[in-house]
Design a protein around this ligand. Structure first.
Ligand SMILES: [Zn+2]
Length: 338
């Protein structure tokens, strides 16, 4: 179920994401020795169509073909089957970023793989864990953390001055690794964008060269907290045109990380359609009524919210969600709650 190897496989540095299934055959954990033995863990392709991490990693490794790595690396290449088909996941698979210890999913091949990788890496005592993702709407580059400790926030602030703190969904890699090392997710905009690859390459070089992660809270970080996740039930149809149960708005993709005022129209709803959205909080309770009113064929925001990952992409919405709703978090406030 899992390859564990100690060298870069032939052809890996030149491979396209779609070719990794042929090259590796299955999810693969690669350990590479460096001068500092405490490894940096890098995780990519948990979602098969999010390729920025792979291509940044290839550029990084090419720089060390004829010189030692400053620090050991452990690299996990995740869903190669979905990558071969340029999909987030196959319909027969669990989502590779919901399968890690702490998951709500029952045991499967995927949860076994994640448990093995976690066990192996826990023993190796990583310096830090970095999981690299893309998203489908228009979003800035940002880091995500699952606990508010200074090391994780410092790692995030070295990537972007925007960071998101979330505790749901469960079973994400970064949360599992937060139990034993500073752990972050990088959200690098849309897959295939060259700027994202270069940004991640620069970041990985910086982290690889670090001796220590500063232990104070970063001061210049705009921190957001995920309050809730917005999904559309399977039986409800939607589109950006007005021919379906819900009309969603492409313009909202431009407002990720902006505060939308109360009374903003969130979507148009066809007459007779009830419960077109489900908004779940971090404890998975239905809190739709806290956020939305339905008036004259429109879903209206009841209070100001900040969106993230809003997308109009059909597959992304069906396989994940329409968007997240967030609030701003002040570090002074959060630190006092630790
Ligand atoms: Zn992802």
């Amino acid at each position: 179920m899992l390859n564990e190897i100690e060298q870069i496989p032939d052809g890996f540095l030149q491979a396209e994401a779609e070719q990794l299934l042929t090259l590796l055959g299955k999810p693969t954990l690669i350990h590479l020795e460096g001068e500092n033995p405490k490894p940096l863990f890098i995780c990519t392709l948990l979602h098969g169509n999010e390729t920025t991490g792979l291509y940044a990693l290839q550029l990084l490794l090419k720089q060390y073909l004829d010189k030692p790595l400053p620090r050991s690396l452990s690299i996990f290449i995740g869903n190669v089957e979905a990558a071969a088909q340029k999909q987030r996941r196959l319909s027969t698979q669990n989502d590779y970023n919901r399968i890690w210890p702490g998951t709500l999913l029952s045991d499967s091949i995927e949860t076994d793989i994640a448990r093995s990788v976690t066990r192996i890496m826990r023993q190796r005592k990583p310096f830090a864990s970095i999981d690299i993702h893309n998203n489908t709407g228009h979003n800035p580059h940002y880091g995500c953390v699952n606990i508010l400790n200074p090391h994780g926030l410092q790692l995030a602030s070295m990537f972007s001055n925007i960071a998101v703190y979330f505790t749901s969904p469960k079973g994400v890699q970064s949360a599992a690794f937060s139990d034993f090392c500073p752990s972050i997710v990088l959200e690098c905009g849309q897959s295939g964008n060259q700027n994202g690859i270069i940004h991640v390459l620069d970041y990985l070089q910086t982290i690889l060269a670090l001796d220590n992660i500063p232990a104070n809270h970063p001061h210049d970080l705009n921190l957001f907290h995920t309050l809730a996740r917005v999904t559309i039930p399977g039986q409800i149809s939607f589109s950006t045109r007005s021919d379906k149960d819900i009309q969603i708005f492409e313009i909202l993709e431009q407002h990720n990380f902006d505060q939308l005022p109360a009374k903003t129209t969130f979507a148009n709803i066809k007459t007779g359609i009830s419960s077109p959205f489900i908004i779940s909080n971090e404890s998975n309770e239905d809190v739709t009524d806290e956020f939305l009113d339905y008036v004259d064929g429109k879903a209206i925001l009841k209070k100001p919210v900040i969106l993230s990952m809003y997308t109009t992409d059909q597959t992304a919405i069906r396989q994940d969600c329409l968007c997240y709703l967030m609030e701003r978090l002040s570090l002074g406030h959060s630190a006092s709650r630790l």
